[in-house]
Design a protein around this ligand. Structure first.
Ligand SMILES: NC(=O)c1ccc[n+]([C@@H]2O[C@H](COP(=O)([O-])OP(=O)(O)OC[C@H]3O[C@@H](n4cnc5c(N)ncnc54)[C@H](OP(=O)(O)O)[C@@H]3O)[C@@H](O)[C@H]2O)c1
Length: 388
C-alpha cells in the first residue's frame, strides 16, 4: 500500500510517499481502509520534531516511527482476534498511528462507528480535535449548564468543537477569534464573539466561570483576571515553551491562592467512550464539523475552518488534479498555502514558496495516485502570530 513516511525531522519535504507493507491487524486491532484522514498541529510537531519536547516521545535525533497522521475515517477491511464490536464493511472513525496511508491497523478502543449522515471527511475531522475539546471542558473544566464559558481560539480545529460542545452542555458561550472568523464562530452557536484584534478578553471587564484556551497565549494573571470567583481555566493550546512552562508551573502555584484555578488540561486521551459521545452529538445535530465549501471552477475547493485539512482533502480526493493548479484558480487557497508555507519558516513567503512549493507538491501530487476516496496528506494550520 502507499503511505506517507518520514525518516528525518524537518519541513514538508521530509515526507515521502512510499510503497510499504500493508498492516495486518494484531489481536484486538482492526484493519481500516482509510477514506479520509485529517491533520492536526500534532502531526506538524511530529514532522518538525519541534518543539524539542516532541522528540522525547517521537525519537531524539530522528523519528522512531516513520508513519504520520492520527485522525481517520474509513471502512473496516478485516478484524484481528478478540475483536468483538466491529466487522468487515463497518464504517468507522477514530485515531491511530499512521493515518496518512491507504490502510491502518487500529486498536478497537480508539475506534467507533461513524456517525450516520456524516461524510468520511466530516468524521475524520472529529477525533483529535473534538476529544481534546470534550475532555478539556468536561474533565478539566467541569463544565455545568448555565455557566459563562469563554473559548479562546474558537475558530480553530479544537475551538470550533469546544464552542459547540459547550453549547450542548447548556453554557453561555463567548468565542474569541480573528476578524475574518467572527461570523463563522457566531454561526456555530457562540452567544458572543470577541475579535482579538479589537478587544482583549482579559481586560474588557467581563468574567467567566470557565475559560477553555485552545491557543495558550495568555499569562496566568490574565486568565485569573478574566475568571469569576471559583472559576477554572483549562489550557489545551501550546504557544511557546516559556508560556507552556508558565502554565505548567505557575498555573498550579498561583491557583493555591484565591479560589480560581488555572492549569493545563494535559494530553487528550483517545478512547471509544468519548468517540461514541461525539458520534451521538453529531447524530443529534448538536455538533457539526465546521467546513466551508466554496465553488471555484466546479466543486474543486473546500476550505476548512478547523484547519487546512478539508481544503487539501477536497483538492486531492474530489478534483484529483494537481494541488498547484487547483490553488491557482482560487485566490484564497493560494493565500492559505502561502500562509502554511510561511508557518514553516520565518523567512519571507515568496522566497520560501520558491523553495518549498516543488518539494511540497511532489508528495502531494503523488497522493493523487491513490485510489479515489483514499487518504490525503496535509499540513495543519498553525498560529499566525507565532510564525508569520
Ligand atoms: N492538549 C492536547 O491533547 C491537544 C490536542 C490537540 C491540540 N492541542 C493544541 O491545541 C491548539 C489548537 O489546536 P487546533 O487544532 O485548534 O489548531 P488550529 O486549527 O491551528 O487553531 C488555532 C486557532 O488559534 C487561533 N488564534 C491564533 N492566534 C490567536 C490569538 N492571539 N487569540 C485567539 N485565537 C488565536 C486561530 O484563530 P484565527 O484563525 O481566527 O486567528 C486558530 O483558529 C494547538 O496548540 C494544539 O497543539 C492540544
Amino acid at each position: 500500500m502507499k503511505a506517507i513516511v518520514y525518516t528525518q525531522y524537518g519541513p514538508p519535504d521530509v515526507l515521502q510517499v512510499k510503497e510499504v507493507e500493508k498492516p495486518a491487524p494484531n489481536d484486538g486491532e482492526i484493519l481500516v481502509k482509510i477514506h479520509a484522514a485529517s491533520a492536526n498541529p500534532l502531526d506538524w510537531h511530529l514532522m518538525r520534531g519541534a518543539p524539542f519536547l516532541a522528540r522525547l516521545a517521537g525519537g531524539l535525533r530522528k523519528p522512531k516511527d516513520p508513519r504520520l497522521g492520527a485522525d481517520i475515517a474509513g471502512r473496516v477491511e478485516a478484524v484481528g482476534n478478540n475483536v468483538t464490536q466491529f466487522q468487515p464493511g463497518d464504517e468507522v472513525f477514530g485515531a491511530c498511528t499512521g493515518s496518512f496511508a491507504e490502510y491502518a491497523s487500529v486498536p478497537e478502543n480508539t475506534l467507533a462507528l461513524k456517525p450516520t449522515k456524516s461524510s468520511f471527511e466530516q468524521a475524520a475531522a472529529v477525533p483529535v480535535a473534538a476529544i481534546t475539546a470534550l475532555q478539556g471542558l468536561r474533565d478539566k473544566g467541569h463544565i455545568q449548564p448555565g455557566q459563562k464559558v469563554l473559548v479562546n481560539g474558537a475558530s480553530g480545529g479544537v475551538g470550533t468543537f469546544a464552542v459547540q460542545i459547550a453549547k450542548a452542555f447548556g453554557a453561555e458561550v463567548t468565542g474569541v477569534c480573528s476578524t475574518r472568523n467572527v461570523d463563522m464562530v457566531r454561526s456555530i452557536g457562540a452567544d458572543h464573539v470577541i475579535d482579538y484584534t479589537q478587544e482583549d478578553f482579559t481586560r474588557n471587564g467581563q468574567h467567566y466561570d470557565l475559560i477553555y484556551d485552545a491557543v495558550g497565549n495568555r499569562s496566568v494573571s490574565d486568565y485569573k483576571r478574566a475568571l469569576n470567583p471559583k472559576g477554572t481555566c483549562a489550557i489545551a493550546g501550546f504557544q511557546s515553551l516559556p508560556r507552556l512552562f508558565e502554565h505548567m508551573v505557575l498555573g498550579p502555584l498561583m491557583s493555591k491562592t484565591g479560589n480560581k484555578k488555572v492549569g493545563l488540561m494535559g494530553i487528550a486521551k483517545m478512547n471509544q467512550k468519548d468517540l461514541v459521545y461525539m458520534k451521538e452529538l453529531l447524530e443529534a445535530g448538536k455538533v457539526v464539523p465546521v467546513i466551508e465549501r466554496k465553488r471555484a471552477d466546479g466543486d474543486h475547493c473546500i476550505l476548512a475552518w478547523e484547519g487546512i485539512r478539508a481544503f487539501l482533502l477536497s483538492v486531492l480526493s474530489l478534483s484529483g488534479e494537481p494541488l498547484l493548479a487547483a490553488s491557482k484558480r482560487c485566490g484564497r487557497c493560494t493565500h492559505i498555502l502561502l500562509h502554511l508555507l510561511r508557518c514553516e519558516s520565518r523567512i519571507p513567503a515568496k522566497a520560501y514558496a520558491n523553495h518549498v512549493f516543488p518539494a511540497l507538491f511532489g508528495p502531494i501530487n503523488t497522493v493523487n495516485g491513490f485510489t479515489s476516496n483514499s487518504a490525503s496528506l496535509i499540513t495543519p494550520r498553525l498560529r499566525t502570530d507565532t510564525f508569520m
